[in-house]
Design a protein. Structure first.
Length: 386
């Protein structure tokens, strides 16, 4: 029997998914406005990704733990990913999930700097294993699992004054470039520059978590591009696998080489860099590169903003590209809206830490017609809220 993580799971029985549509076991179609929470950025059942998976399976699936053998699909994926990133991020360590990328990044920062203090921010969400939960900020979600990692300090998100707490004891500063679970919170350029400068001054590593906001969702492949800074370590996941489970730590060769010694095999994984996953991920990245200019992420996001943000029931609207957080007056209104929209064929979803907010993060390939169709259903449902 399957374990549940909530007493009230959505429970849709999905039989098929194609493009921006999910189809349930009764044949009912749903317009996907959440993309599996920022995973299916290229839509569902992408032919190039499916072909790459089949082709790789015909050659081989798992043959060895990570790092020992040379596997073509893995190196090809790393090269394609590097080609989309600045030169300083030329080395890729593929893992199995977002939270694993965070775990690895924190360990690498400690090993590289020889320090243990970690700085994170209010509103942060970095995953659910012990290390990533330790650098996440939702106190209610953490309490039952204490003690967590020692030496983690939380600073006020987007506060330039707070940046001074980064000092020469600090191994790393970790943040989402755009906070996702906090309801889509976008930092100021001045804050991001101050962070970069203080990390440089203290030789602390700047880790950006783009597991949710990366892969084109902000309108550019990397959300950090808009702030004109480059992190020392970039964590990716979610959309990167083209629908298969993945995480990745991306950094310079110099930084990533530190896990080769003292101790040797300082961070290891059996399935990280799985050849089938990497084949899917590489096919997805190649397709992204082809489509990048025609995706019109900003235009589509603006269209959603124009259609929904002025509604009387909307108390706050936050957006970067196609990553959108919308608040209503109450959590009950949000639940009612999500349910009504689902019944009428549009999928929306909650945030963990914003009870009166909901997210819209459709596949980036969604058409403007699909956006208008979905938003019309959302507007009708908003009109009916008490
Ligand atoms: C910003 C961010 N970091 C890390 C994670 C953890 O990724 P995963 O669920 O793949 O472990 C998530 C997942 O939602 C996320 O949104």
């Amino acid at each position: 029997m399957l374990a549940n993580t909530t007493c009230h799971p959505v429970g849709l029985k999905i039989k098929k998914a194609k493009g921006c549509k999910l189809i349930d076991d009764s044949g009912k179609e749903y317009l996907d406005f959440i993309a599996g929470v920022s995973v299916n950025n290229l839509g569902h059942s992408v032919p190039e990704i499916n072909d790459a998976i089949i082709k790789q399976l015909e050659n081989h699936a798992h043959v060895m733990v990570y790092g020992e053998y040379q596997q073509e699909s893995v190196t090809r994926f790393c090269d394609t990913l590097s080609s989309l990133l600045p030169n300083a991020l030329n080395t890729v360590y593929p893992l199995n999930s977002g939270t694993e990328a965070i775990e690895a990044a924190l360990k690498i920062a400690k090993r590289h700097t020889g320090r243990s203090k970690i700085i994170s921010f209010t509103g942060a969400y970095h995953g659910n294993t012990h290390g990533s939960m330790s650098v996440s900020s939702n106190e209610y979600k953490k309490t039952a699992f204490r003690p967590l990692l020692p030496g983690v300090e939380f600073l006020e998100w987007n506060s330039i004054d707070a940046v001074e707490a980064i000092d020469t004891d600090t191994a790393c500063v970790i943040l989402e470039t755009i906070q996702g679970d906090a309801g889509v919170r976008i930092p100021s350029s001045a804050f991001m520059t101050a962070l970069r400068e203080q990390c440089n001054a203290c030789s602390s590593l700047l880790i950006l978590d783009e597991i949710q906001c990366g892969y084109g969702r902000s309108g550019q492949f990397s959300a950090f591009s808009q702030f004109e800074i480059t992190p020392d370590i970039l964590c990716l996941g979610k959309a990167l696998g083209g629908g298969l489970p993945i995480g990745a730590v991306v950094s310079s060769k110099e930084i990533l080489d530190c896990i080769q010694s003292k101790p040797e095999l300082g961070h290891i994984t059996t399935f990280g860099g799985n050849p089938v996953v990497c084949a899917a991920a590489n096919a997805g990245l190649l397709k992204y590169k082809l489509l990048e200019r025609s995706l019109e992420v900003e235009e589509k996001g603006q269209l959603i903003e124009n259609l929904l943000s002025e509604h009387a029931k909307v108390t706050s609207f936050r957006r970067t590209g196609l990553m959108i957080g919308i608040n209503l007056e109450t959590a009950n209104q949000v639940s009612e809206l999500i349910q009504k929209c689902r019944e009428r064929g549009v999928l929306l979803f909650w945030f963990l830490s914003v009870p009166n907010g909901f997210r819209i993060s459709p596949p980036l390939v969604i058409s403007k017609e699909e956006i208008k169709e979905g938003c019309a259903i959302i507007l009708n449902a908003l009109n009916e809220l008490q």
